[in-house]
Design a protein. Structure first.
Ligand code: GRG
Length: 240
């Protein structure tokens, strides 16, 4: 109810649509992905993290409901996300386990949470390799889980899953670079940004490079991938 682009669940649906049209099978997983995303934003805004007062143009969760409730709201969303998947009545047990495994790996300590820890501890001499690692873990991993979950739920083959993995990694990196570019107008640049490290022109080049990489990875996939190409283009143009 609090807005947001719903980029990740939308991606889940689009990838699923390449392999199947039984859309009831992807509903719970796509909810779970957005719930994890929402928890990460609520916790990221807390005073002990980024300490932000506003999100999506509105006061942040802890500003409205208190820090205790914001912490618990995040905990609840995170836990309930896995209930959504395990309690899905449309998928078989094996597929559900694969989805839980994928989403927890990509967002746990070896993924999004680990990336957030690296981000919190990064020092001012951060280099591009270290920044790319943070972006991969913190942002691209959840986008990968969104896309790969769509393929897994539709029981896509190994080769197709591999292509979706490459595609969504590149898309996830492009998404974070675009986020850094949008921040240029919004807030003071910090040292954990592509723009600070590379300057505007090279940052735009990197955005194009990752977007091209994402397009290339779609080439050998079945079905009509035009909608996914549109999503890559949407990221290039988005203004929020
Ligand atoms: C475990 C205490 C604790 C905290 C975890 C994991 C974490 C906090 C934060 C995740 C890191 C994070 C917020 C990464 C930023 C990713 C990003 C670009 C978010 C913005 O996503 P959009 O543009 O947002 O899709 P909307 O508002 O459209 O949903």
């Amino acid at each position: 109810m609090s807005g947001g682009k719903r980029f990740r669940p939308f991606l889940t649906y689009l990838v699923f649509s390449l392999f199947s049209n039984e859309y009831n099978k992807i509903k719970n997983y796509s909810f779970a992905v957005e719930m994890i995303h929402t928890y990460s934003l609520i916790h990221d805004d807390l005073p002990c993290m980024d300490n932000d007062d506003f999100r999506r143009g509105q006061p942040t969760n802890h500003k409205v409901f208190s820090e205790e409730i914001a912490l618990l709201a995040g905990d609840g969303l995170l836990t309930d996300a896995f209930y959504m998947i395990s309690n899905d009545q449309t998928l078989n047990a094996e597929t559900k386990i694969k989805l839980v495994c994928l989403l927890s790996e990509k967002t746990g300590s070896a993924g999004m949470v680990g990336g957030q820890a690296l981000d919190m501890q990064a020092d001012k001499n951060l280099n591009l390799v270290q920044l790319k690692k943070i972006h991969t873990l913190k942002t691209a991993n959840l986008i990968q889980a969104a896309a790969m979950g769509g393929a897994l739920a539709a029981e896509a083959g190994e080769a197709e899953l591999h292509n979706i993995s490459e595609f969504s990694h590149a898309l996830g990196m492009a998404f974070q670079i675009k986020d850094d570019l949008l921040d240029v107008n919004d807030k003071e640049q910090d040292y954990k940004s592509y723009v600070t490290l590379l300057g505007l022109e090279k940052t735009y080049d990197e955005l194009q490079t990752y977007s091209n990489e994402a397009r290339q990875s779609l080439r050998s996939l079945p079905g009509n991938t035009d909608v996914l190409i549109e999503l890559i283009n949407y990221n290039l143009k988005r203004d929020a």
